[in-house]
Design a protein around this ligand. Sequence first.
Ligand code: 5GP
Length: 189
Amino acid sequence: MGARLYVISGPSGVGKSTIAHAILDKFKDSIVYSISMTTRPIRYGEQDGREYKFTTVEEFEKLIGQNAFVEHAKVHDNYYGTPREQIENAVSRGINVLLDIDTRGAQNIKKNYPDAVLIFIAPPSIEELRQRLFKRHTDSEDVIEKRIHNAIQEIEMSSKYDYIVKNTDLDQAVGECEGIIEDNMKKGR
Ligand code: 5GP
């Protein structure tokens, strides 16, 4: 059975990384996480090489020129990209990969890997999302408004996804995602 890419997207603050952690924990032996590269500043609590590989704009642009990314995009004024080598390594060894990338990235992945399974994590409402971003205390008010603006655009793209999971209750959302992955693993499409 071939390895497959599982892509999760959704607005910042929707609970994607918590869901991703739970998925990786459950499928320890069969799914690895794709660590993206980014030029955004490292946040408190993050570790270079764990959440992201942090780099400079110069280095990132050089890597684009070398075709080192399967896809890359500018999100909230920073570059983010999926390193080609990681994906190709895992897939050639028959290991599934989980990607947490934005909606444009997801569409580009689907073009290159038509078998990829696209899951969109939706917030209960925009107002709820705004509250969650404020409570997170990681971004200024300006940045939060930019993220909300982006979220509205992302939600409009959710119709292009294979699955939409509404994160009203975290445990339930995690369970739904795990069920989707299990079904697709069984199908081995
Ligand atoms: P954050 O800065 O909050 O970690 O992530 C911002 C956004 O960038 C999120 O929507 C996340 O899914 C997206 N993102 C992270 N890595 C990548 C990537 O490699 N490619 C693309 N296209 N988007 C990414």
